[in-house]
Design a protein around this ligand. Structure first.
Ligand SMILES: [Zn+2]
Length: 437
């Protein structure tokens, strides 16, 4: 089991990346050797003649085939490397992109993840004198809330295990325990702020200096705030940092104070950005993020295709850390839309819709058209005076294509978005893949 110290970790982030490469190469060799104990990777290595000890640079990793999400579905046990006796936590992936996958964590994995969050929170500017309200799910087999909690405790800050929901209860805790930081899903943090305003609490005077968000993008690709991100910082009058993570990656990234992407933890992960053909892309180019989490014991993955679209930046960050950063998530590979030769991600459409203040709620339906183009229908809920034509024109100005727009009663739109329950509202319906409304 690896021991992690904050001092050493900070030192590693402040050194030049070339000096750190050798250390990372050593960690990668170890990770591959360990992963080879999993039946899936044992077979893959044999088939492709891969010997971890022969890796001479980090780029040699590119000789190993990618692992797809589909390979985990129903075959999770083929990725487990330790006997069940060493597993101490069974988590499940959120299931938004397929059936939930069991992810087994060892004691070492939980410590590794706690360290991941300690460094992520440290980079975000959280210190031992902070008190943090954790307004995300801590149970229901989700790992993120637990990771945040353990990371904060390890950092020496105070954690308040509030969980999501019940704005009234959140305000009780804010008034009584005086948190300085809130961790939560953006739309929920906005709901809490609105509830506060309606019930005599002023969010801008609540003593919150920082919001750490998960699950919905708060920044555009150029790092400017999305309308949702802007509304949140205006409401709480504080800074905001987005974070990214996935249960199967056992790793999370959080933006630093420079707000120019989330730093990759050099001892915990290797991140590549690839094009549709699987070629590794240079800095700043948009592509799919491929993740190799280092040092995982129970469920080690290699070159896992996340399905998330983003960019990587390696130039030095103004925060002082020299490790590479990952930009905001720009979309999902599976949700990529092709309209008359133009590539669009639903997120871009949602960003435009968020800017139209007359819109209360929205979702997108997509169907295949006869010419291999996708047909997009934007359904919005609005009680204010705006026409379908006006919304269509605003979308066209930004997207360069004009989707069909339908305005319905807000409650009707909400009913569709929340039909399935779950952590987040469903806003994208892919009828190309047989999904139903
Ligand atoms: Zn930075």
């Amino acid at each position: 089991m690896t021991e992690y110290s904050l001092t050493e970790a900070l030192h590693l982030r402040e050194r030049h990346s070339e000096e750190v490469e050798q250390h990372r190469l050593e960690l990668l060799r170890k990770h591959l050797a360990h992963a080879a104990r999993a039946p899936y990777y044992k077979k893959l290595f044999e088939k492709n003649n891969i010997r971890p000890e022969e890796l001479s640079t980090l780029d040699d990793l590119q000789a190993i085939p990618f692992t797809d999400r589909q390979e985990l579905d129903g075959h999770g046990d083929l990725f487990q490397t330790v006997p069940d006796e060493q597993i101490v936590d069974l988590s499940l992936t959120s299931g938004t992109t397929g059936p939930p996958v069991k992810v087994p964590y060892t004691t070492g994995d939980l410590q590794r993840l706690a360290f991941n969050e300690t460094m992520a929170f440290w980079g975000a500017g959280i210190r031992p004198d902070d008190t943090c309200l954790i307004a995300v799910t801590l149970d229901r087999c989700f790992i993120a809330g637990l990771a945040y909690y353990n990371g904060l405790v390890q950092l020496g800050a105070r954690a308040i295990r509030s969980g999501p929901g019940q704005p009234a209860r959140q305000w009780e805790l804010i008034s009584m325990l005086r948190p300085t930081v809130i961790v939560g899903v953006p739309t929920f943090l906005l709901q809490v702020a609105k509830w506060g305003v309606d019930h005599g609490h002023d969010p801008s005077r609540a003593g919150i200096r920082l919001l750490v968000t998960i699950g919905e993008p708060i920044r555009r690709p150029d790092f400017s705030l999305t309308p949702l991100g802007q509304t949140l910082t205006d409401a709480w009058k504080c800074s905001i940092r987005g974070s990214y993570g996935a249960t199967e990656l056992e790793t999370g990234l959080t933006e630093c104070g420079a707000e120019k992407g989330g730093h990759i933890h050099p001892e915990l992960s290797i991140v590549e950005i690839i094009d549709d053909q699987g070629n590794v892309l240079p800095d700043g180019r948009r592509g799919e993020m491929v993740f190799t989490p280092l040092g995982v014991e129970g469920f080690p993955l290699i070159r896992f295709k996340t399905g998330d679209i983003t960019r990587k930046y390696t130039e030095e960050c103004s925060c002082g850390w020299k490790t590479a950063r990952i930009g905001p998530i720009e979309g999902r590979v599976s949700q990529r839309l092709k309209v008359k030769g133009t590539t669009i991600y639903p997120e871009t459409i949602f960003h435009v819709l968020q800017e139209i203040r007359q819109i209360d709620a929205s979702y997108i339906e997509v169907r295949s058209a006869y010419d291999l183009s996708d047909e997009i229908r934007v359904v919005v809920g609005s009680r204010a005076s705006i026409t379908e034509k006006e919304i269509g024109a605003l979308l066209q100005a930004r997207l360069r294509v004009r989707p069909e727009v339908s305005i319905l009663d807000t409650q009707e739109v909400h009913n569709v978005m929340f039909k399935e329950g779950g952590r987040k509202p469903k806003r994208f319906f892919d009828l190309r893949r047989g999904e139903e409304i």
